[in-house]
Unconditional design. Structure first.
Lengths: 163, 295
């Protein structure tokens, strides 16, 4: 069954034809050609396909594309600043060596981004708890935690300055 | 591989969904949060011909009415963690919700979906039993209300008719001096519970002894289950001494008939039932006494 959906992806309105059974990750990766949204497990366990749906992390493999009609989607590429400049969270990942093969990195970034926006200065345990659904088979997680802690502290300082 | 083809229909009322279920029969599946259904579609464990999406049905905020906390079936797990009314009147729900899946599952998954899926290890199935929840059910020929304890009948199987769905969850407002606790063991964070135990304890207004106990178990059978009252009666009228809780926990562990699977052996599950029952009862008693928060 064919549908035509309109969604906003990283600030750009897109109209896409989708089949009922296509998941959101199919639509973003295959139809819209976005390499930063990746199919991992198809069960919502690994976190590789994490995107922000109206600002909150969801598994793009566990939503149908047709359900994203009229919704706002942010992918890892959407974190980048103007002119493809890296987001400070991405900079922190680079600085700490928190990415090796990079397959899990988009999901890690988006989950961490949401956590820091919601919780301001999360404890290391809170970061660990929140990242439980994002699997990394390279880094052993320590550097990822370091990168997020560092970014959260930076973001907090930035917010306090704005006050 | 991905899902096999199906048709997709979105509805804006439970009534409309019930009509469609009547039309399409067992070939149709209801889509709520999708955190269990879509994995099953992706793995082609299920091949429905039609998916009926409930996500556009308006989900009312939690309300208190007729001495009950009433939640829309479409209340997402995240709301269980954030809603103040739920925190105040059903603190067991946020306690268990933080153990559900991961942040993405909690952002999408719904309480009605979890109960209707009926996983024997699901935190919310265990919690629903421990709080004596009832569910409002709607089918093409009308509505009914049933106890959570009558809902789960077997592995991923409920007593819902093929054209019925859960529309709301009702939780009786707790008596004063009631405490709850939830304990589970998982092989790794976010995994399904090997064994999960939820306890509810009420203390007497007169002398502070235990006046009522309820206990629910997950992961020890083909469904979430309530512990038979006679196994708990020895606690009533006591102050819940360590020895008496040990005794009750041992008795319940001897009584359950757990299974072996990839997660754990039956013997280990039996051991966990004793340990977690003991902890859950002690935790619920402490909270009923006001000694510990439910967070």
């Amino acid at each position: 069954m064919k549908h035509e959906i309109t969604l906003v992806v990283n600030g750009v309105r897109r109209t896409v034809p989708v089949e009922s059974q296509e998941t959101l990750v199919d639509v973003l990766h295959d139809r819209l050609g976005m390499p930063d949204v990746r199919y991992g497990c198809g069960e919502g366990v690994c976190g590789t396909c994490t995107v922000l749906l109206d600002g909150s992390p969801v598994s793009a493999c566990l939503m149908l594309g047709v359900q994203a009609d009229g919704r706002d989607i942010i992918t890892a590429a959407g974190l980048c600043r103007e002119g493809d400049a890296l987001h400070p969270l991405q900079e922190s990942f680079l600085r700490h060596g928190a990415s090796q093969c990079g397959f899990c990195t988009p999901g890690m970034l988006l989950t961490a981004y949401d956590l820091v926006e919601r919780r301001s200065l999360p404890s290391r345990d809170e970061i660990r708890y929140t990242l439980v659904g994002n699997l990394c088979r390279c880094t052993g997680y320590t550097k990822i935690l370091d990168a997020i802690e560092d970014y959260a502290a930076m973001r907090r300082a930035e917010k306090e300055e704005q006050r | 591989m991905g899902c096999a083809p199906f048709d997709y229909v979105t509805v804006d009322s439970f009534e409309h969904a019930a009509q469609l279920l009547r039309t399409y029969g067992e070939d149709a599946k209801l889509l709520a949060g999708g955190q269990s259904l879509i994995p099953m579609l992706n793995l082609r464990l299920l091949r429905p011909s039609v998916l009926i999406d409930l996500n556009s049905v308006p989900a009312h905020a939690p309300i208190i009415t007729d001495g009950e906390l009433r939640l829309s079936a479409l209340t997402r797990h995240r709301s269980l963690l954030e809603d103040r009314l739920i925190e105040a009147h059903a603190p067991l729900l946020p306690m268990v919700a933080k153990h559900i899946g991961n942040v993405r599952v909690r952002n999408r998954g719904t309480i009605g979906g979890s109960l209707a899926h009926g996983d024997p290890s699901a935190e919310l199935c265990v919690a629903a039993l421990a709080v004596d929840a009832r569910v409002d059910v709607l089918g093409s020929s009308g509505g009914r209300t049933l106890n959570a304890s009558d809902l789960f009948v077997g592995y991923l199987t409920t007593s819902l008719e093929p054209d019925e769905m859960i529309t709301a969850v009702r939780i009786p407002l707790p008596a004063p001096r009631t405490g709850w606790a939830f304990e589970e063991v998982v092989r790794r964070g976010s995994d399904f519970a090997v064994v999960a135990v939820a306890a509810r304890v009420r203390l007497s207004d007169v002398d502070g002894t235990i006046s009522d106990v309820a206990l629910a178990l997950g992961g020890v059978g083909d469904r979430a289950m309530t512990v038979d009252a006679p196994l708990l009666t020895s606690a009533v009228g006591t102050d819940g001494s360590d020895e008496s809780l040990d005794e009750i926990a041992a008795m319940i562990a001897a009584h359950v008939e757990p299974f072996s699977d990839v997660r754990a052996s039956a013997a280990y599950r039996r051991h966990l039932v004793a340990v977690l029952t003991r902890r859950a009862l002690a935790g619920a008693i402490a909270r009923a006494r006001g000694g510990a928060s439910h967070r």
